[in-house]
Design a protein around this ligand. Structure first.
Ligand code: ADP
Ligand code: MG
Length: 207
């Protein structure tokens, strides 16, 4: 896996006159996990979107370097895998078709067998031919992780990664994250569940 370093330099965000956060400085390197914590509305999702390049900060910058070289803004998304409650699947397509579509959209060619392995890794094998519209919220959350398993991005941006998951699903997420860290991915976990970021090496606490 390519090694990517994400660096937040004096990142600030305000909506109107309301300052959500200011001057966040944080380096997230290969094999490192940063937890973003704070109550509802504190700006966790906003910060994740800024790191992903989906939102602009009001001030400051997010630098991304791959193997020491700066990554252009337009190539940045290829480094990231994003899990977010705001991401939706195509309801009329099956779990398998959604996964295949999203993997192809990234320009990757995975075999049927490889895609099925990803679905199996999240406990969805056997359900891959059912339409996502009929999936439970927990199954949809698992499918998001199947996409990450397939993309194997060097940076994992996880916004509320265990929402809607049962105990077994939470353990699954922990295993997948630990595995990604062992493979030198850089991981950001935004959550209001402190337990979920207990092992994170560094934390950004929003208020
Ligand atoms: P969290 O993920 O910590 O619950 P969010 O990042 O989703 O918080 O939102 C932080 C705050 O920013 C909320 O109060 C929300 O209402 C506000 N907010 C989010 N998006 C916008 C927007 N486009 N315009 C104005 N305010 C926004
Ligand atoms: Mg949020």
């Amino acid at each position: 896996m390519q090694k990517v370093v994400v660096e937040l330099i004096r990142v600030s965000k305000k909506y109107g006159r309301r300052q959500l956060f200011a001057d966040i400085n944080q380096r997230i390197g290969p094999g490192e996990c940063v937890g973003v914590t704070g109550p509802n509305g504190s700006g966790k999702s906003t910060l994740v979107k800024i790191i992903a390049g989906l939102l602009r900060p009001s001030a400051g910058i997010v630098q991304v370097r791959m193997d020491g070289k700066a990554v252009d803004a337009e190539k940045r998304m290829a480094c990231f895998g994003l899990i977010s409650p705001e991401l939706l699947f195509y309801q009329a397509m099956t779990g398998y078709e959604n996964l295949q579509f999203l993997v192809r959209a990234r320009g990757l060619a995975l075999s049927d067998e490889q895609l099925l392995t990803c679905l199996e890794a999240v406990g969805l094998s056997g359900r891959q031919q059912e339409c996502v519209g009929t999936y439970s919220t927990g199954m949809r959350q698992r499918l998001k992780f199947a996409v990450l398993e397939a993309l194997r991005p060097p940076v994992w941006l996880l916004d509320e990664p265990t929402s809607n998951l049962d105990e077994e699903g939470k353990k699954l997420v922990k295993r997948l994250v630990d595995n990604a860290l062992a493979q030198q991915a850089a991981v950001v976990i935004a959550t209001n569940d402190l337990e979920e970021v207990r092992d994170a090496g560094q934390k950004i606490a929003l208020a």
